[in-house]
Design a binder for this molecule. Structure first.
Ligand code: ZN
Length: 781
């Protein structure tokens, strides 16, 4: 493409009302399909024929395709879809794969499967076929996109028994459409028939599905298929209502998860049987664990099976920030492995809150989401809704980002993360401990703890509780952010980690519940915490007492108190220090109290432990005259620390400081958490970064080199989304602990393009980065 053509394409959008021209395709010879060298691919992309026969994992198309694009076709688009324009856009954005709407709710090709309704404006044409052919001619792989979750009234009338119904037999609907039941022949035969038809006609490389997992947790289906299946599996009736304390409801939750895994396996068997071993079905999955829970998608089980995770997570929320994208990339890689890919649908339109499907997302906002994802091991995938847009600015967003990705791809994939802190999570904890309060009980503590690590520039990795035994050797500390549920095996693995000298930081109600979310009489990890809660079940009216969502006017007292400053230094009075404070409390010398906001149980501590914070009960805020402590001091512990005979350091915070930090963002809470993690890690954190700003630092290793990806969140953290101006930070002074085989003498920056000096001494590499606007990647060799 000439410079002038490129310029023209950038200014214009796809041409409206231009009939797709079949002549384009007739002119293309079949030989052109083999000509995949449209781009200078770093990893050779298998052609469409060889892709299907590869089947050896490492070289399969789904391990090689790192840049994706998707024009999510609306039913009106067949009239206006300008295929030649979109082909030029594929080329300009240097993508290697496309996701093309094929079938499900509506078909974008002339389907012969009964009741598979054509898109309203398709008019008998074959839009999917034309696009699939064009993509293959251009050397791109194709995911045929399904949306198999609901259907029109005509379908419902033909097969009412295939649809989800409430207890009174009334069908569940979404707008005009009827929701299909996950246990019905719709999923067992209808969807497989469509996929076989598509494979036979068009040979896409694989399939995705926008909403493959059926009805979510909020609605219970009472159709005959469900009743029969649930009774056969459990000997019980479908529960009458959501009730987490009911054994039948808990079994219903598990049974729903199992069915989704059956569907995953069935769909993969269908596509592989019909299309060859590499014709995979990849569904789509969420970037939120609570979202996965509400949809009965067990991430661990899915990742065991998946060859690639197609991540449907398009924008940040104000609560999570861009950092959520880097975090979820690392979390999923922890389950999937770092040798596989996680492309993510990245909205070029204003996604999130609010959503405007046809307006361009502000450029800095879109870029930050993409770069933060890449920093966490995610691959870019532009996503437009509709094939024609009057806001043409959205067409200029992805080009430069994808170009940078292609140039630097070798540093962005096939790498291992480095972190000394493992943050434990599990979906079981989200389900049965979080129940209907997952945001409060699970998300907030996790977000608070990881945000504290991010602020302190301490690299961390999410670690699934079932993988502690497998993965924890790389960590110096395990953190349990209010992980209420730990199974017997998980507890055993944590004990082994501590016995080997690892540090442990746990908060709130960690290890206080069994696998179904029933409270125990004491912490399962009480022996490590050196703390006991013997009377928990007896004395509390309900297990939710500590989980107040209100802001409580409570505090923590710092021990020992440093009295004497009340006289004030202006009087010449030196503070009379009554005791030496622990290093964990550094930075708090000028205060004897910290804001808290929660409640605490009475806890009995063992000898050999040290209590550094105690609880100050609630007292009034209003009117100001009443705002004085009624009980200024208690012996209820908020933070207990101990050093085990083997040297392991353990900190237990009955005070859920992480949850409070997630809620209120008070720097004291973040600083305290960072201090505790540093202490427990015994100086084994492999990175320090000095200089102002909120930075998300991701550290990786590849053979012979290390990679530090820094994302500048300073601007974005200043105020609500979307960000529309990036404020550079710098200079930053960086020290990286060198891995074996890396000399630390050479350093280049992949964004600014600079080659800058580095000093390697005592096993550390030290250098300075002058300025970072959105992100920077330092490659150390
Ligand atoms: Zn049903």
């Amino acid at each position: 493409m000439s410079k002038r053509e490129l310029k023209n394409t950038e200014i214009s959008g796809p041409v409206l009302n231009k009939r797709e021209s079949r002549r384009i395709f007739l002119r293309k010879s079949v030989a052109a399909a083999a000509s995949v060298a449209v781009f200078d691919l770093r990893f050779p992309l298998t052609g469409t024929d060889s892709a299907k026969s590869a089947g050896d994992g490492e070289t399969s198309w789904y391990r090689q395709t790192t840049r994706w694009g998707q024009t999510n076709i609306t039913e009106k688009d067949p009239l206006n879809y300008d295929i030649s324009w979109w082909r030029s856009y594929w080329k300009r954005t240097q993508i290697q794969g496309v996701i093309i709407n094929a079938g499900g709710i509506v078909a974008y090709y002339p389907s012969k499967v009964p009741l598979h309704r054509q898109a309203e404006y398709l008019g008998g044409r074959d839009l999917f076929g034309s696009l699939c052919k064009a993509a293959h001619e251009d050397g791109l792989v194709v995911f045929a996109r399904m949306d198999s979750n609901r259907a029109h009234e005509e379908f419902y009338k033909a097969h009412p028994e295939w649809f989800a119904v409430d207890a009174s037999g009334k069908p569940y609907k979404a707008g005009d459409l009827f929701i299909t039941c996950i246990n019905s022949p719709y999923y067992n035969t209808h969807i497989p028939a469509i996929m076989k038809e598509i494979i036979g006609e068009y040979h896409p490389e694989g399939f995705t599905d926008n909403s493959w997992s059926g009805l979510g947790r909020d609605s219970i289906c009472y159709c005959e298929n469900c009743k029969k299946s649930f009774y056969e599996k459990t000997g019980q009736e479908i529960p009458a209502r959501a009730d987490w304390s009911n054994k039948g409801y808990r079994q219903w939750i598990r049974w729903n998860y199992d069915r989704r895994i059956e569907i995953w396996d069935l769909n993969n068997k269908t596509t592989r049987d019909a299309g060859g071993p590499d014709c995979i079905w990849a569904g789509m999955n969420s970037g939120s664990i609570s979202g996965q829970s509400r949809s009965f998608r067990d991430y661990k089980e899915i990742c065991k099976r998946a060859d690639i995770i197609m991540l449907d997570s398009q924008a940040r929320s104000d609560a999570d920030g861009f950092q959520q994208n880097g975090g979820i990339g690392k979390l999923i890689h922890g389950l999937l492995g770092w040798d596989k890919l996680i492309p993510e649908s990245m909205a070029m339109y204003q996604a999130g809150r609010p959503t405007f499907r046809l307006s361009a997302k502000p450029l800095p906002e879109a870029r930050m989401w993409m770069f933060e994802g890449m920093a966490g091991g995610i691959q870019p995938w532009w996503h437009h809704v509709g094939a024609y847009h009057e806001d043409r600015r959205m067409y200029n967003t992805s080009g430069p980002v994808f170009k940078w990705h292609r140039t630097n791809e070798e540093f962005l994939v096939k790498r291992q993360p480095l972190a000394s802190v493992g943050v434990v999570w599990s979906q079981q904890n989200m389900d049965f401990y979080g129940q209907d309060s997952g945001e409060q009980l699970v998300d907030l503590p996790y977000r608070g703890l990881t945000q504290a690590l991010l602020r302190a520039r301490i690299p961390y990795l999410p670690v699934h509780a079932d993988h502690i035994g497998r993965d924890s050797d790389q960590f110096s500390v395990l953190a349990l952010p209010n992980v209420g549920i730990l199974t017997g095996n998980q507890v055993t693995d944590i004990r082994r980690f501590v016995e080997k000298g690892g540090g442990l930081v746990a908060t709130g109600e960690s290890s206080l519940f069994n696998e179904w979310g029933d409270p125990l009489t004491d912490y399962a990890l009480a022996d490590l915490f050196g703390a006991h809660l013997n009377d928990f079940a007896d004395t509390l009216p309900g297990k939710k007492l500590l989980r107040s969502t209100n802001t409580l006017h409570t505090y923590l007292r710092i021990l020992p108190e440093l009295r004497g400053r009340v006289d004030g230094p202006e009087n010449g009075t030196e503070p009379q220090i009554t005791g030496k404070r622990h290093g964990i409390l550094s930075g708090f010398d000028e205060t004897d109290i910290l804001s808290y906001g929660g409640l605490l149980h009475q806890i009995r501590t063992e000898s050999g432990t040290e209590v550094l914070l105690t609880f100050i009960p609630e007292f009034p805020i209003y009117p100001p005259e009443t705002a004085w402590m009624r009980v200024p001091k208690t012996d209820i512990p908020g933070l207990i620390i101990r050093t085990m005979p083997g040297g392991s350091r353990i900190a237990f915070l009955p005070a859920d400081i992480d949850r409070q930090f997630g809620r209120y963002n008070l720097p004291d809470h973040g600083n305290l958490l960072a201090n505790i993690i540093r202490w427990a890690s015994q100086d084994k954190i492999p990175l320090t970064v000095g200089g102002s700003g909120l930075l998300d630092c991701h550290l990786y290793v590849q053979p012979g080199r290390m990679i530090l990806h820094i994302v500048n969140l300073t601007s974005a953290g200043t105020w609500r989304q979307p960000v529309d101006e990036l404020i550079p930070v710098g200079p930053l002074t960086v020290s990286v602990k060198l891995e074996k085989g890396v000399s630390g003498k050479n350093l280049k920056l992949l964004v600014s393009g600079q080659v800058i000096p580095a000093r390697a001494t005592d096993g550390w590499c030290r250098f300075e980065v002058q300025s970072i606007s959105d992100h920077e990647v330092a490659v150390i060799t």
